[in-house]
Design a protein around this ligand. Structure first.
Ligand SMILES: *Cc1c(COP(=O)(O)O)cnc(C)c1O
Length: 380
């Protein structure tokens, strides 16, 4: 292979260019405009978010505004998974609030209801119940919402669904983005669809969506001059980026299909290899398989994973380690964490044995075959 095979690169459809060109022709480059409105409508419709969608500059901005909507402020506690990208939790720190980390469970790799339960019991006892809980659907796999919501509803704790990686996934037939009080998406360059950079906030509660748009445009009051009563942000998406997003929403179902097919092919090809386990499949969940991920039964140390990654690199293939758990990050050295089993962490085990394979919907059959052959050579 001459050109490098990437983990997940942008995959444009037919109409992105048309919508961007229209914005150019109308000289409607910025700030908001038709593309933003239509992009928001298409997201809300696809997801089935009754309160609508707010198009924003990033998924991180969407999480920040979601926390603002739920009144998370200084010294409040927010529960979040330890096994996720740092962007899921950085906004907790922007608000001066404090994360408490919850481990993963083995079936979905997402938030462990068992660990969550222990954390809630402790929090209630110490009078430190969380103001909100962030639940993440990693690599497009849904979390166990029935069990999680059964626990949080007892205390009336609102949920933010970080669906940055799970646009197009469903659980019991319902689209990802609808399982919390607020859902967020990312359109960063390597996600299942992209606007080159961007995000969205969705909710069944229209007031959250409207308020988010307001805060995202410097919290400008309705007045014939510039007047402000609250702290605002510059978090809106440009009309150019939204033009790309409109075209990408049209091809999203195809992108989901393609990524799922890629996962299935890896799974079939590796099924005879006893040391390989693909990310689990769970009844009633339809993951978008944003990234095809797996674990090696015979690897228990991240340094061995790094060796595998460099072997792929030599063959011009980009692979990646799974997320390094946040409770192991220097930034969070003093942050409490609740493990799935009291003394051992599922997230640590996954990090020390897992790998992400090239999964882009624009990967050709020949490229995937090449990855599979290299994989078999490296692993055997
Ligand atoms: C990508 C990602 C984000 C952040 O989205 P950006 O658009 O890059 O700010 C948040 N959470 C998860 C799980 C992500 O993968």
């Amino acid at each position: 292979m001459n050109s490098r095979i990437l983990l997940s690169s942008p995959h444009m459809g037919e109409n992105e260019r048309k919508y961007v060109k229209k914005a150019f022709d109308d000289n409607w480059i910025a700030p908001l405009g038709e593309n933003v409105d239509k992009f928001e409508e298409s997201i809300a419709e696809y997801v089935g978010a009754e309160g609508g969608a707010a198009a924003l500059s990033s998924g991180t901005a969407a999480i920040h505004l979601a926390l603002k909507m739920l009144n998370v402020g200084r010294d409040d506690i927010v529960f979040a998974p330890t096994f996720t990208f740092i962007a899921s939790v950085n906004p907790i720190l922007y608000q001066g609030a404090k994360p408490v980390f919850i481990d993963s469970e083995p079936d979905t790799w997402n938030m462990s209801p068992r660990a969550l339960k222990r954390a809630l019991v402790d929090a209630e006892r110490n009078n430190q119940l969380p103001k909100a809980i962030i639940v993440v659907n990693l690599y497009g796999q849904m979390a166990k919402y029935d069990e999680i919501i059964a626990l949080t509803s007892k205390y009336n704790i609102p949920i933010i669904e970080d669906a940055a990686e799970s646009l197009g996934s469903t659980y019991k037939g319902k689209q990802s983005g609808n399982f919390g009080n607020i859902g967020i998406f990312s359109f960063n360059g390597n996600k299942i669809i992209t606007t080159s950079g961007g995000g969205a906030l969705v909710s069944s509660d229209q007031s959250f969506v409207k308020k988010s748009r307001f805060l995202a445009t410097q919290a400008r009051d309705e007045a014939p001059y510039y007047q402000h009563s609250e702290i605002g942000y510059n978090y809106r998406l440009s009309n150019i980026s939204a033009g790309i997003g409109r075209g990408q929403m049209e091809v999203l179902p195809d992108r989901v299909e393609k990524r799922r097919t890629i996962f299935e092919r890896y799974k079939n090809e590796f099924s005879a290899m006893p040391s390989i386990e693909m990310m689990p499949e769970v009844a009633e969940m339809m993951p978008n398989r944003w990234l095809s991920t797996l674990t090696f039964n015979d690897i228990t140390n991240i340094n061995e994973v790094v060796d595998v990654i460099s072997k792929f690199n030599e063959k011009n293939i980009e692979t990646r380690a799974l997320w390094k758990p946040l409770h192991l990050q220097p930034l969070f050295i003093d942050t409490p964490v609740y493990f799935h089993e009291e003394t051992s962490s599922v997230a640590e085990k996954l990090f020390n044995s897992g790998l992400c394979l090239p999964s882009g919907s624009n990967m050709s059959d020949v490229q995937q075959e090449y990855v599979i052959n290299v994989f078999k050579n490296i692993v055997s």
